[in-house]
Design a binder for this molecule. Structure first.
Ligand code: NAX
Length: 332
């Protein structure tokens, strides 16, 4: 057994964290040989609820979980952490557009960026789940100048998992047989779920998804819109936003970041843009990335048709607008 690592989950009394904490604490992210100390951050009014979560974690009797530190103090929460799941923020309610959330939530990520800068390990890997996730990750990174920008990422893995599941259902294969679906841009309704580079394993061989789906209209319209609006559909049905699937996606994202992607495979992550594929620079934009030794790299050389270029431009424009709004809020 190695030394325990410290992992912080913010919004720890909330509904995503309720699924996420169990998955992390039982080894789904850092593996079955990596002991953990979990730091749980929430706001002062939630400390009673958080105490219940701490009790339940104890009652799970999880062998890897060495200690739990519940707190409302960012200085305690971010101290010496190697991995940060930034979930805490105000969730989107039915009928609410993401932009309404922006001003409330970016301020939280300024404070947490400053705390990461002061207290976390300099190689901490930060995953922002709380919406607007891409812009929150950008703000967080700006206020943590001593930590590399590459260490701040935003979650579009839930969108990727949704897209993979849609294709698997359409062609009638298990979801694990679908890979290399891409989510470009913002985790919002402007995101571009792109099946053009996706592959499906059929009879033991990898085939282009488009050749198996054989329905370009479905790929361009139904597929794209279903994935874009899936979050709203879950809210419509459950009256609460996606939680179990969001927690699973957060685990997938952090696990791949720590342990890498298979050769020839990529996953989608919101990362600081270098302008690849014509995306605006210096926004957190979701790209296909491959990961080795804990470092992500944007997959290069994929061909985009005019439709794809237009979709990337739309979501990129939204991120530039969000950046301007966020800057105005945090610098006010
Ligand atoms: P909940 O309202 O259940 O939980 C949020 C928790 O965050 C609450 O316990 C709240 O007290 C806490 N919190 C608020 N401000 C905080 C602060 N400054 N520091 C620490 N904790 C704070 O929401 P939940 O359903 O868990 O969703 C959390 C966030 O994830 C929301 O912003 C939501 O929009 C976002 N999502 C992002 C997704 C993605 O794919 N990137 C998908 C799922 C989800 O919609």
């Amino acid at each position: 057994m190695s030394e325990p690592i410290r992992v912080v989950v913010t919004g720890a009394a909330g509904q995503i964290a309720y699924s996420l904490l169990y998955m992390v604490a039982k080894g789904d992210v850092f593996g079955p040989n990596q002991p953990l100390i979990l730091h749980l951050l929430d706001i002062p009014p939630m400390m009673g609820v958080l105490e219940g979560v701490v009790m339940e974690l104890a009652d799970c009797a999880l062998p890897l979980l060495q200690a739990v530190v519940p707190t409302a103090d960012p200085a305690v929460a971010f101290k010496d952490v190697s991995s940060a799941f930034l979930v805490g923020s105000m969730p989107r309610r039915e009928g609410m557009e993401r932009k309404d959330l922006l001003s409330a939530n970016v301020k939280i990520f300024k404070v947490q960026g400053e705390a990461l800068d002061k207290y976390a390990k300099k190689d901490v890997k930060v995953l922002v789940v709380g919406n607007p996730a891409n812009t929150n990750a950008l703000v967080c990174s700006r206020y943590a100048p001593s930590i590399p920008k590459e260490n701040f990422t935003a979650m579009t893995r839930l969108d990727q998992n949704r897209a993979q599941a849609q294709i698997a259902a359409k062609v009638g294969v298990p979801v694990a047989q679908v890979s290399n679906v891409i989510i470009w841009g913002n985790h919002s309704s402007t995101q571009f779920p792109d099946a053009a580079h996706a592959v499906v394993v059929v009879d033991g061989k990898e085939v282009k998804a488009s050749e198996v789906v054989k329905d370009s209209d479905w790929i361009r319209n139904t597929f794209v819109q279903t994935v874009q609006k899936r979050g709203a559909a879950v809210i419509g049905a459950r009256k609460m936003s996606s939680a179990m699937s969001a927690a699973k996606a957060a685990c997938d994202h952090m696990k791949d970041w720590f342990s890498g992607t298979a050769p020839g495979k990529f996953v989608s992550m919101g990362v600081i843009s270098d302008g690849s594929y014509g995306a605006p620079k210096d926004v957190v934009f979701s790209f296909p990335v491959s990961i080795q030794n804990g470092k992500w790299q944007i997959a290069q050389g994929l061909l985009l048709d005019d439709f794809a270029k237009e979709m990337l431009a739309t979501t990129g424009k939204e991120l530039v607008e969000e950046r301007a709004e966020a800057t105005a809020v945090v610098e006010a």
